[in-house]
Write a protein that binds this ligand. Structure first.
Ligand code: HAX
Length: 436
């Protein structure tokens, strides 16, 4: 058994025992009450799930195993001479609740490299698709195509004991994470570079190698990918992509199928696709205004026009957050550090000055501040990646780290099939009548 798996097994066995006793002892305690507004309002805030790897606070933003993004930037191992954390380190932390050593993350980079061979059938599936198929559609299909390799599904078919579910899920999660950058880079190169693929460099870390396979040779782009793939990894369990993975996986569907479901969810414009929508909208604005250096008044006018057309301002607002997203701030800090005077980055900062007042004045937007997706596009454009329909795939590669670490935990903790209750409107009216 490898050292990470061994550690995970020890930690999860101990927590399983503790959690079982806790949930049995307190089974009848009421921890939440559901208001009618939550029933009709997308179940916002209903406390109904255990998610070990991260916790979101409306004001403070995300903490991964208790650590904020600035803390992780200091604590997680980096490449020699690098300033950005390695996503390997975050995965280790999320899986076993320990800050890893440099040796640990080097081991994990090598382990993912060892597991990274994508079955030819997945590439064949991609090659069969029209080149203009949206990259997220390609991503979902390639992940699904790799399901033929699922250790969980094979072992389940052979009669696996339920006490071994965690083991097979760990194997699948590690293999899938190892392969995703390869699949994603393949999609990028076939869609935008005529299928001119770039072989992996096995000496690089997971994110550095991904940057390399995408075709960007700049050291700073590798640094960006290390930060990007770290900060997008997890956002507790209730967000649409994480919850989808959790729900699908709760049926004992393996992580290839459940992660593909999660990626279909990430592909919606109110969720992960917002990162493409933001830069598309900014391009539309600069084109319509005829300048990449608009005044605040021009920007405000364009924002108002978008709202008047019955559209949302992409990259702004959040279902939970009520302050600027620390993941937005982390990208702003990166841009301040690495990028000098870029028109599109400047527009992102200008929007940060202009948009919140306008959204706030509408009186209905609960959070007028930028979210994670407000910034990434301008930085990617700076490094030459203008193909915005690919951006959500980058998000998806990162999101695998959190949701798949959680799938390991869910199977180790023996969580049951998820099955909340729905009612017809008539039944709900009846309930309300009885209550009032
Ligand atoms: N622009 C315009 N109107 C907005 C808005 C925005 N950015 N954010 C919220 N609103 C509107 C809502 O559409 C809603 O209007 P109606 O009552 O007319 O339907 C009203 O304000 C109340 O919404 P809310 O309670 O503040 O927000 P929700 O929890 O319902 O929705 C969303 C959260 C993120 C979906 C929303 O803020 C939004 O659509 N933002 C733009 C899209 C976006 O950036 N999505 C990415 C979110 C982060 C993420 O998941 N990344 O992957």
């Amino acid at each position: 058994m490898d050292k990470l798996k061994q550690k995970f097994h020890e930690k999860s066995s101990a927590l399983r025992t503790e959690m079982r006793a806790f949930s049995k002892a307190n089974a009848n305690l009421v921890v939440d009450q559901v208001k009618l507004s939550q029933v009709f309002g997308g179940m916002r805030g209903v406390k109904s799930m255990i998610w070990e790897t991260s916790q979101l606070d409306a004001i403070e933003g995300i903490r991964f195993r208790g650590y904020s993004i600035p803390e992780l930037k200091k604590l997680l191992p980096r490449v020699e001479g690098g300033k950005e954390p390695l996503p390997e380190g975050l995965f280790w932390l999320m899986l076993v609740d320990e800050i890893p050593t440099q040796e640990d993350v080097n081991w994990l980079s090598d382990e993912w490299e060892r597991r990274s061979k994508v079955p030819q059938s997945a590439y064949d599936v991609l090659d069969a698709l029209p080149a203009d198929t949206h990259p997220m559609t390609q991503f979902v299909l390639a992940i699904t195509a790799m399901q033929t390799d699922s250790v969980f599904s094979q072992r389940y078919a052979e009669g696996m004991n339920k006490s071994d579910y965690w083991d097979a899920t760990y194997e699948d999660a590690m293999n899938l994470i190892a392969r995703l950058p390869h699949v994603a880079a393949y999609i990028y190169r076939r869609t935008y570079h005529g299928g001119d693929h770039i072989a992996a460099n096995e000496n690089l870390d997971w994110a550095g190698n991904f940057a390399h396979m995408l075709g960007n040779t700049e050291a700073d782009f590798k640094s960006l990918m290390r930060l990007y793939l770290t900060i997008h990894a997890d956002h507790e369990g209730g967000n649409a992509s994480a919850h989808t993975v959790h729900l699908v996986n709760s049926t004992l569907s393996d992580v290839y199928l459940s992660f593909a479901g999660g990626m279909a969810s990430l592909a919606g414009p109110l969720h992960g696709l917002a990162n493409q929508e933001v830069i598309k909208w900014i391009f539309g604005m600069t084109e319509s205004l005829g300048t990449t250096k608009p005044t605040d008044e021009q920007v405000a006018g364009y924002v108002q026009q978008t709202l008047d057309n019955g559209r949302v301002i992409p990259g702004y607002g959040h279902a939970v957050l009520r302050q600027p997203d620390p993941r937005f701030t982390a990208q702003k800090v990166f841009a301040e550090d690495y990028i000098k005077n870029d028109d599109y980055v400047n527009i992102v900062w200008q929007l940060f000055r202009v948009v919140p007042d306008i959204l706030g004045a509408l009186g209905k937007v609960k959070n007028p501040w930028p979210n994670v997706d407000a910034h990434s596009g301008a930085i990617l454009v700076h490094y030459g990646m203008k193909e915005y329909s690919f951006y959500t795939v980058l998000f998806g590669v990162s999101r695998a780290l959190g949701v798949l670490a959680n799938s390991c935990w869910s199977r180790a903790l023996g969580f049951p099939l998820e099955r909340p209750k729905s009612h017809t409107f008539e039944k709900m009216q009846q309930i309300v009548k009885e209550l009032s």
